[in-house]
Ligand binder design. Structure first.
Ligand code: GCO
Ligand code: MN
Ligand code: MN
Length: 388
């Protein structure tokens, strides 16, 4: 029986806000009691996580005094020491406080935009203090309900100016930090700017320091938009921009569910895990999800263990897929090369163009060939269902 227990080399991380989620929603209040950041670190240590990430205000409440902040940090640091957990990533809460009701970096009020810069610089300092190497930006309120309120072009310019400023801030302070931008199409705002991985990748190329900025794609966010998450991740990877990843699950067309990885679309989760393992993605596997509202803290542990277990089970299934003789034979057949056509590919030349234009293709013959994708897909299903 394969060992599906989490190990540090798997780099499984959770946010304080994920296992600390108390189950409130727009229709009901919290169902689980408050736990301190230190208590949550012990919980994560118990289930076998490798790291813990936080928003500034998950750790230090926005209105904490200096003395309170120091006491919280001391307890948190002790819990990290006791459990061996590390802090690979940190981020800013630019969405909970009422001041951010019209956004942070894209708010129309310049005092809100300046405060957002102040809060983020302080949050970056806090993250670095605990050793974070990746800093995530999720523009929770960067959007609109009515497009009469803001210029969409001006909002992108404001976002760019803020990112450029904060990149310089990190460089100026000699912080060893990479930025990872997280897109989401909607919720909490009606519509958010830079709503998908693709928008974000394009935005990054317009920054002053694109080399230090990548993406933090999230399963649920692309599924909300009805997109194929793995395709977006692959594009980010190919561009050298997959700096972090938020794993969870989501039914398209619904409210933001933050479900346990693989609990909705097991097949999509399989292709995702297979992709990450096949290419050798080496970053955190961060679960940005939370337990059902029906659960107590034992259920929260079940949730956290389930996220990691599903990842490892799917990793094992991916290895089985890669070692399966029939599947590999099919893939070899599907991808068979035609050496006679090799001169037609690669870099353009006028001679090549002329040769391709004058070649006669057997259109009906080529089109009549069955591709065996049905068989391939069923073999995948058989592996996933444990019947192969
Ligand atoms: C969400 C987002 C957040 C971010 C987090 C990190 O839908 O609420 O996924 O959980 O990932 O704020 O910046
Ligand atoms: Mn999310
Ligand atoms: Mn997220």
């Amino acid at each position: 029986m394969t060992d599906f227990s989490p190990k540090p080399e798997h780099k499984f991380t959770f946010g304080l806000w994920t296992v600390g989620n108390r189950g409130s929603d727009p229709f009901g209040s919290a169902v689980r009691g408050h736990k301190t950041p230190a208590e949550l670190v012990y919980l994560l240590g118990e289930v076998g996580a490798y790291g813990v990430n936080f928003h500034d205000n998950d750790l230090i409440p926005i209105d904490a005094t200096l003395a309170e902040a120091e006491a919280i940090k001391k307890d948190f640091r002790n819990a990290l020491k006791d459990t061996g957990l590390i802090v690979p990533m940190a981020t800013t809460n630019l969405f909970s406080d009422p001041i951010f009701k019209d956004g942070a970096f894209t708010a129309n009020d310049p005092s809100v935009r300046a405060y957002a810069l102040q809060k983020t610089m302080q949050a970056i300092d806090l993250g670095v203090e605990f050793g974070a190497k990746t800093y995530v930006f999720w523009g929770g309120r960067e959007g609109t309900e009515t497009d009469s309120s803001k210029s969409a072009v001006e909002s992108i310019k404001r976002s760019r100016e803020a990112m450029n400023f904060l990149c310089e801030y990190a460089l100026d302070n000699k912080y060893d930090l990479k930025f990872a931008l997280e897109s989401k199409p909607n919720e909490p705002r009606g519509d958010m700017y830079n709503p998908t991985i693709g928008h974000m990748l394009a935005f990054i190329t317009t920054l002053d320091h694109p080399e230090m900025v990548g993406v933090n794609p999230e399963v649920a966010h692309e599924h909300m938009a009805g997109l194929n998450f793995m395709h977006g991740v692959a594009q980010a990877w190919e561009a050298g921009k997959l700096f972090h990843i938020d794993l969870n699950d989501q039914y398209p067309g619904r409210y933001d569910q933050d479900l346990r990885l693989g609990s909705r679309d097991l097949k999509a989760a399989f292709y995702l895990v297979k992709f990450l393992e096949d290419v050798g993605y080496n970053g955190s596997r961060h679960f940005d999800a939370h337990a059902y509202r029906t659960e107590d803290y034992e259920g929260v542990k079940d949730f956290a263990r389930g996220c990691m277990r599903t990842y490892l089970v799917l990793k094992d299934k991916a290895a089985q897929f890669n070692a399966d003789g029939e599947i590999q034979a099919l893939l070899a057949e599907i991808n068979a090369d035609n050496p006679g056509l090799a001169p037609y590919f690669g870099k353009y030349s006028p001679e090549k163009a002329a040769a391709i234009k004058s070649h006669s293709f057997d259109r009906p013959g080529i089109a009549s060939r069955g591709l065996k994708y049905e068989r391939l897909d069923q073999l995948t299903i058989d592996i996933l269902t444990g019947t192969r």
